[in-house]
Design a binder for this molecule. Structure first.
Ligand code: PLP
Length: 445
C-alpha cells in the first residue's frame, strides 16, 4: 500500500477511502493500481464514462478563451448554445433554462420560481410543495424540506417549514399489479386526497422523481400513475415539477424519464448526467408561461454566483453532443434490458434477492429475508453497506441505501455509465455473482 499522509478531509476523517488516480471509460484505478468497474457511474453521474476525449478537448478550448464571466455581465457562446440544446431536448413550451451547479440548487430554483410565479399571478396563498416519501431532492434546507427520508431530515426539522408528503407508489410491497392502471390510480388518488386535505388554494407544486433514485431504489411508477398525477395537478392549478436530476440525460433510456409516459411537467430539474461529472452543472427548465410574469414583476429574486460558468457550459454542450453522437439514450435502453434480465437471473439463483426493478440503466435489486413475504433483512446486518463493501473489494462499485417504499429495507443500485457494452455487463454480473456468494456465506454461515 502506498504511504499516505494523514487526511484532513471532513468526510474521509473516519472512513478513509482509497485515493483515486485515473479513470477511463467505465473503469477507475486507485493509486495502488487496483482497478474498479464504475457500476454506479459515481452517484449516477458519469453517464458518458470517464475521460471522454471530445469533452476534455471542448473544456480545454473553453479554458483557453475564458473560464469565468459573471452571469449578470456576460452570456457566453457556450451558455447560449447549451440553453438552446437543452430547450430543444425538453418538451415544447419549456424554453427557459436557468443554470445552476448541482441538483439541490436546481430543486431550490424550481421551488423559488414556482413561488414567485404564484405571487406574480395573484396566487400568493400558494406555498406548499407536496412531495413523496421516500424521496430525495437534495440537501439544502428547501430541498430537504420536500425530501421524504427521515434519517436525513430529522435533525433539521425545527429549521424547516413542514411540507406535505404522500407515499411513493410501492406496488410490489402492497401486493398490487404495477401493470394494472387501477394500481396507478390508487397511488395517484393519494395526491388528490392530500391536496383536498391541505386546501387546494394553498398548494403550489408537486415535486416528483419520475423513477425513484437512491430514495426508493429505482422504483418505477405503476401504469397510469404519472398521467393521472398530471391531470390532478391541472385540475387544481398546481405545478408539476419533475426532478430529473438523476433520471435526466438518458439514464432511463430516454432523454427525460417523463417521456416514458408522455407527460409534460411545468418544470424540469436536471443535473448529474447533464455535464456527466466533468464539472458541477445543473439546470432548471421552466415553461415560458411561468417565467414571463416573474420577469414582468421585476425578475427572479434568485441566482448563484457560479451559474452558467463558461467551462461548465462548454462541458455540458460537449456531453450532450456525445450523448447524441454515441446514441446513448438508445444504448441505455438496450443495455438496460440486458442488464435487467441478467439481474433477474441472479434473483432466480439467490433467494436473498426479492425484487429487481428499474428502467434503462437505472436498475436496482433488493435484499429480503424471505422472497415470499418480502420481509426485510434485519437492520443490524447492515446488508446494504456490507454488500457494497464486498463488491468494492472485488473491484465493482455499486450504490446503496437502506430504504424502500417507505419501509426499511436494503437495495443495491446497479447503474453503470450509458456507454456500457455486453462485455462490461458480463463483467459486472460476474463480480455481482461472486460478491453475492461471499455475502451469503456471511449471512448464512
Ligand atoms: N434530486 C435527486 C433526484 C437526486 O438524486 C439528487 C442527488 O442525489 C438531488 C436532487 C440533489 O443533487 P445534488 O447532490 O447535486 O445537490
Amino acid at each position: 500500500m502506498t504511504e499516505r499522509p494523514p487526511s484532513y478531509l471532513f468526510y474521509q476523517g473516519r472512513n478513509r477511502k482509497p485515493v483515486l488516480d485515473q479513470a477511463r471509460g467505465v473503469y477507475m484505478w486507485d493509486v495502488d493500481g487496483k482497478r474498479y468497474l464504475d457500476g454506479s457511474s459515481g452517484a449516477m453521474v458519469c453517464n458518458i464514462g470517464h475521460s471522454n476525449h471530445n469533452v476534455l478537448a471542448a473544456m480545454r478550448e473553453q479554458m483557453e478563451r475564458a473560464t469565468f464571466g459573471y452571469r449578470l455581465h456576460f452570456e457566453t457562446e457556450a451558455s447560449e448554445k447549451l440553453a438552446h440544446m437543452t430547450a430543444a431536448r425538453t418538451p415544447e413550451g419549456l424554453n427557459k433554462v436557468f443554470f445552476v451547479s448541482g441538483g439541490s440548487e436546481a430543486v431550490e430554483s424550481a421551488m423559488k420560481l414556482a413561488r414567485q410565479w404564484a405571487v406574480a399571478t395573484g396566487q400568493g396563498q400558494r406555498w406548499k410543495v407536496i412531495s413523496r416519501s421516500p424521496s430525495y431532492h437534495g440537501c439544502t434546507l428547501g430541498a430537504l424540506a420536500i425530501t421524504g427520508y427521515a434519517p436525513l431530515t430529522a435533525p433539521f426539522d425545527p429549521m424547516m417549514r413542514p411540507m406535505p408528503k404522500i407515499p411513493a407508489p410501492r406496488a410490489y410491497l402492497d401486493g398490487l399489479d404495477p401493470d394494472d392502471p387501477i394500481t396507478g390510480l390508487h397511488y395517484a388518488d393519494m395526491l388528490e386526497e392530500c391536496i383536498l386535505q391541505e386546501g387546494p388554494e394553498t398548494i403550489l407544486a408537486f415535486m416528483v422523481e419520475p423513477v425513484g433514485g437512491a430514495s426508493t431504489g429505482a422504483l418505477v411508477p405503476p401504469a397510469g400513475y404519472m398521467e393521472r398525477v398530471r391531470e390532478i395537478c391541472d385540475t387544481y392549478g398546481i405545478l408539476m415539477i419533475a426532478d430529473e436530476v438523476m433520471t435526466g440525460v438518458g439514464r432511463t433510456g430516454r432523454f427525460l424519464a417523463t417521456e416514458h409516459w408522455g407527460v409534460v411537467p411545468d418544470m424540469i430539474v436536471m443535473s448529474k448526467g447533464y455535464a456527466a461529472g466533468y464539472v458541477p452543472l445543473g439546470a432548471m427548465v421552466a415553461h415560458d408561461r411561468l417565467v414571463d410574469p416573474v420577469l414582468d414583476e421585476g425578475g427572479f429574486q434568485h441566482g448563484f454566483t457560479y451559474a452558467g460558468n463558461p467551462l461548465a457550459c462548454a462541458a455540458g454542450v460537449a456531453v450532450l453532443e456525445e450523448v447524441d453522437r454515441q446514441g446513448l439514450c438508445a444504448n441505455a435502453d438496450a443495455m438496460g434490458a440486458v442488464l435487467k434480465s441478467r439481474l433477474e437471473g441472479l434473483m432466480a439463483r439467490y433467494p436473498i434477492i426479492g425484487d429487481v426493478r428499474g428502467k434503462g440503466l437505472l436498475l436496482a435489486f433488493e435484499f429480503v429475508a424471505d422472497p415470499h413475504t418480502l420481509a426485510p433483512l434485519p437492520r443490524e446486518l447492515k446488508a446494504y453497506d456490507r454488500f457494497v463493501q464486498i463488491a468494492y473489494e472485488n473491484g465493482l462499485i455499486v450504490y446503496s441505501r437502506r430504504t424502500r417504499g417507505g419501509i426499511e429495507g436494503d437495495h443495491i443500485l446497479v447503474c453503470p455509465p450509458l456507454i456500457v457494452t455486453e462485455t462490461h455487463i458480463d463483467e459486472i454480473v460476474e463480480m455481482l455473482d461472486l460478491s453475492l456468494t461471499q455475502f451469503m456465506a456471511e449471512v448464512e454461515p
